[in-house]
Design a protein around this ligand. Structure first.
Ligand code: GLP
Length: 262
């Protein structure tokens, strides 16, 4: 794992977007794992801008999102499918048939989860998985006690998550579905590379636990310590509870790989 601290939210988002752009430049047929949430909005703004200025081409890119609420159709404004269409897919030249999210309206949810895993397998896995982090420490919707080897499945959401995500529902907490389909922790760990982006003071304490705490299924993000190539990008606020901050800064300052992004 490596931790990169950027001065502010905009710079942190730009770095995450730049790594995605670099990945697509190196492999036009890239398979991206994507995330939703407020944190990702500026990443998607950057990618859309770079597409408009012809610096990026999504023609051959495929995407798989981490999760979707159970019971919300793709045209529901609160669904993650709607979020992705609005914030990214409609703004770039990706082929809609190459964009995937679990179907939260599937009649047989278990079968839908198996099918989703199969699709990822058939395409040879995820080249780069983008991740945010919930206040409960979840990645995707892998709530506390999610098995570290779990695969795509249905999960019940914690009261803390319902409350956090209610801010995005016009009707408040009553409208937030109580269950979601999510890639498992094991599915995420199988990605070839992953990037966790967290910004703002409210993420500081959970980021410190995810990066420096012991690996535990109570905090799914700690499982990223087991990932062979995980980059954690934080702004100063989200980094503020990390004990080994000077060490991370020193590594970044002395790592030639990061030269182009300084
Ligand atoms: C949701 C998503 C997560 C995301 C989290 C953080 O719960 N399922 O994948 O990381 O929101 O959201 P925000 O960026 O709004 O803090």
């Amino acid at each position: 794992m490596e931790v990169i601290v950027q001065s502010d939210q905009q710079k942190a988002s730009e770095l995450a977007a730049a790594l995605i752009a670099q990945q697509i430049g190196a492999k036009p047929k890239t398979v991206l794992g994507l995330a939703t949430g407020r944190t990702m909005e500026s990443v998607y703004d950057c990618l859309s801008k770079w597409f408009e200025s012809k610096q990026l081409d999504f023609a051959e890119v495929s995407t798989f999102n981490l999760d979707e609420y159970i019971g919300l159709a793709g045209d529901d404004v609160n669904s993650y499918r709607h979020y992705m269409n609005e914030k990214l897919f409609s703004r770039i030249n990706i082929d809609p048939k190459n964009t995937h999210l679990p179907n939260g309206m599937a009649e047989d949810i278990d079968q839908e989860c198996e099918h989703y895993e199969q699709l990822i397998d058939d395409i040879n896995g995820l080249d780069l998985q983008l991740l945010g982090i919930g206040r409960s420490g979840h990645i995707g919707f892998n709530e506390p006690l999610s098995a570290l080897r779990s695969r795509t499945r249905a999960k019940g959401l914690t009261p803390q998550t319902l409350e956090q995500n209610a801010e995005l529902f016009p009707g408040g907490i009553e409208e937030v579905p109580k269950r979601a389909i999510t890639m498992g922790v094991g599915t995420i760990l199988d990605s070839k590379r992953c990037i966790l982006l967290a910004t703002g003071q409210e993420k500081a304490s959970i980021i410190a636990k995810a990066v420096e705490g012991p690996v535990t299924s109570m905090i799914s993000a700690t499982a990223l310590q087991l990932h062979p190539r995980c980059t954690v990008i934080v702004d100063e606020e989200a980094a503020s509870d990390l004990e080994q901050l000077d060490y991370y800064r020193w590594i970044f300052a002395n790592e030639p790989e990061w030269e182009p992004f300084r």
